[in-house]
Design a protein around this ligand. Structure first.
Ligand SMILES: [Zn+2]
Length: 160
C-alpha cells in the first residue's frame, strides 16, 4: 500500500482490502490499548496507554501499547493464538485470555520488535498513518462514496 517513494497512496487508488485496513487503522489512532482497557475500563480510561501497535485483520484487530505487546506475542506463540491468524476471532480470543488474568511470564518478549513477528501476523504502527485522517477530511462526499467502505463500522469494539 506504499508508493515506490515510500509515501502512502491516496485512499482511492488502493485496492479495497488495503483501503479497509487503512481506514480501520485510522479509526484506531488514539484509541486505548485493548489490554489496558480490559484492566481499567471506562471508569479509569485515563490509566490506559494509547495503542501503538496493531495486530490482526480488519474488524478483528488487537490494539496494544508497548507494555502489553509481550502479552499478546506470548499468547500468539505459546497459547494457541497462532491458529487464529488471519481470522477475526483473533482479537476476541486474546482479549478473553487476557481478561481471565493470563499474562506473559515476566520479561517475555520485552525486546521483541514488530519486524520479528511472524509473516502471517500483519502489524502496523498507527502513528505512521495519522495523515490519512486529514486525507479523509479533505475528500468530498463523492470521493468518500467511491471508497465503498462503511464508515459506521469503524468504531473500536471491545467486548468485555
Ligand atoms: Zn496496554
Amino acid at each position: 500500500m506504499f508508493d515506490e517513494d515510500g509515501t502512502l497512496r491516496r485512499l482511492t487508488e488502493m485496492p479495497a482490502d488495503d483501503r479497509e485496513r487503512i481506514l480501520r487503522l485510522t479509526a484506531l489512532v488514539g484509541e486505548p490499548c485493548d489490554a489496558c482497557y480490559i484492566e481499567h475500563g471506562d471508569a479509569e480510561i485515563e490509566q490506559c496507554d494509547v495503542g501503538a501497535i496493531v495486530y490482526g485483520e480488519p474488524m478483528g484487530e488487537v490494539l496494544l501499547c508497548d507494555a502489553h505487546e509481550g502479552d499478546f506475542l506470548y499468547w500468539f506463540r505459546e497459547e494457541g493464538g497462532e491458529e487464529l491468524a488471519g481470522t477475526r476471532e483473533l482479537a476476541n480470543a486474546f482479549q478473553a485470555w487476557f481478561d481471565e488474568g493470563n499474562r506473559a511470564p515476566a520479561g517475555y518478549g520485552g525486546l521483541d520488535h514488530v519486524e520479528e513477528a511472524p509473516d502471517q501476523l500483519p502489524a502496523f504502527d498507527p502513528h505512521e498513518i495519522q495523515g490519512l485522517e486529514d486525507d479523509l477530511q479533505e475528500m468530498d462526499d463523492t470521493e468518500r462514496e467511491a471508497l465503498d467502505v462503511d464508515l459506521s463500522d469503524l468504531d473500536l469494539d471491545v467486548d468485555l
